[in-house]
Design a protein around this ligand. Structure first.
Ligand SMILES: Cc1cc2nc3c(=O)[nH]c(=O)nc-3n(C[C@H](O)[C@H](O)[C@H](O)COP(=O)(O)OP(=O)(O)OC[C@H]3O[C@@H](n4cnc5c(N)ncnc54)[C@H](O)[C@@H]3O)c2cc1C
Length: 408
């Protein structure tokens, strides 16, 4: 997915500098925001630190709420080609190895929410967004452009960026920080507290699906154990298999892809059911990243600066909504900027529209952290409740989340 440093654009480069909007970060939320802004006729420049956007990362869940936005951008068909719509989420006990619940997805979720529930490789999602952005004359993409600092005045913003050729300064109307969990916009430019390490680490691997038993190839699996859990699902049109093992670990580096020791990982899952261990034994190599989260209640905006996605509300991945929330944010910030002349007002409206919902999801992820990792009698009580609930009711608990649609 390598690219020239700059994709020149007819409109964005010639737009009045006073109108120019900047987005820091060509990740999932930044690219979605750029595409939504361009659809509203706004010129936007996306600054991305990486020199090239290689398909790094592993699987992500694209629930129907996010798919409604991506459908609106005309990307559904391409995404479906790369993704899988799992038939169900199968929840299992790591203590007994038995099934606890089966939440129906697939055609059932699509009929209920009007859009599919997909799982996809982050690289395929980013590539799809990137291709659309490159085809869009209102979007200028600058790779290898590292945002270092920014200042604002009543009239606009000035950005300091660093490239392979040296320092550069850019002027425009506003800056959207979509620069992820370790956001420079958040920390340095807006002076906000950064995401805090949760004490948990995610080990991840993506492997060909051929060696995986048939029973796991069409579902999302979720194994719950005291202090650890395992999630797996098919990817890439059913050709690959994604496994993530989440454990307690006192290790914290700011990277998405640290090499991880396979033997250490397997040692942590000794005593787990054979069916789960067999899956964990398949990958030869693993990568890991430290899980960080933010507290709710902090502002995402400051005058002509605004945050979206992980930069605004980094959350533990236990609700599988990090990408979906950044996609929802991208659509919302673009809509509000299109409605108001003044970016400061637009950012206020954006935050009012989004914050309660994103923080409700953030709290759900925290609550899942507790519920997933229960041990002893509390785990038995949880399992009994899960077994007793009809599948339809288990899914209905998420109607507020998956049933969301972008406002008209
Ligand atoms: C390389 C990578 C791999 C990932 N792998 C996974 C994964 O396997 N599983 C998972 O659940 N989540 C993964 N994520 C995180 C996931 O994409 C996000 O949690 C979620 O999609 C929210 O997206 P976002 O747009 O807020 O941030 P992200 O998708 O993280 O995008 C942030 C972007 O900002 C860029 N950036 C950062 N600082 C600057 C700067 N100073 N100037 C310019 N650009 C900057 C980054 O390079 C990145 O492209 C990964 C993120 C990255 C960047």
């Amino acid at each position: 997915m390598s690219a020239p440093e700059t994709s020149p654009s007819r409109h964005a480069d010639t737009a009045d500098p006073h109108d120019r909007l900047f987005i820091a970060g060509a990740g999932i939320g930044g690219l979605t925001a750029a595409l939504c802004l361009a659809r509203e006729g706004r010129a936007v420049t996306v600054l991305e630190r990486a020199e090239s956007l290689a398909p790094v990362g592993s699987g992500l869940q694209l629930s129907p709420n996010a798919m409604h936005v991506l459908r609106g951008l005309g990307l559904e068909e391409e995404l479906r080609r790369h993704a899988v719509a799992p038939e169900a989420i199968r929840i299992l006990s790591a203590r007994s190895g038995k099934d606890l619940a089966r939440i129906p997805l697939g055609a059932h979720a699509e009929a209920r929410y009007g859009a599919p529930y997909l799982v996809i490789h982050r690289g395929n999602l980013q590539e799809t967004l990137l291709r659309a952005a490159r085809a869009c004359p209102d979007i200028t993409l600058r790779l290898g452009a590292d945002l270092r600092d920014a200042r604002q005045s009543p009239d606009g913003v000035t950005l300091d960026i660093e490239t392979a050729h040296g320092k550069d300064h850019l002027s425009g109307a506003a800056l959207i920080g979509a620069d992820g969990v370790w956001s420079v916009t958040r920390r340095r430019i807006m002076g906000l507290r950064q995401a805090v390490f949760s004490g948990r680490t995610a080990y991840r691997a993506v492997i060909p699906i051929d060696t995986i038993p048939e029973e796991w190839r069409k579902v999302t699996g979720l194994w719950l154990g005291a202090d650890a859990h395992v999630v797996h699902y098919p990817l890439s049109g059913g050709r690959q298999f994604n496994i993530v093992a989440l454990v307690k670990e006192d290790w914290h580096e700011e990277t998405w892809s640290a090499p991880a020791a396979r033997a250490d990982l397997l040692a942590r899952f000794e005593g787990w059911p054979a069916a789960c261990r067999t899956l964990l034994e398949q990958p030869e190599s693993w990568l890991k990243w430290a899980l960080c989260g933010m507290d709710p209640g902090m502002s995402w905006i400051n005058g002509r600066f605004a945050l979206l996605g992980d930069a605004a509300h980094a959350m533990l991945p236990f609700a599988a909504q990090g990408a979906a929330m950044s996609i929802e944010d991208g659509a919302a910030i673009a809509r509000n900027l299109a409605r108001a002349e003044d970016p400061v007002k637009a950012f206020h409206a954006y935050q009012s529209e989004r914050q309660d919902r994103a923080e409700r999801v953030l709290r759900l992820a925290r609550s899942n952290d507790r519920v997933y990792h229960l041990g002893g009698p509390l785990a038995l009580a949880r399992d009994a409740v899960m077994r007793s609930l009809p599948p339809e009711r288990l899914l209905a608990r998420f109607d507020w989340l998956y049933g969301w649609r972008p406002p008209e």
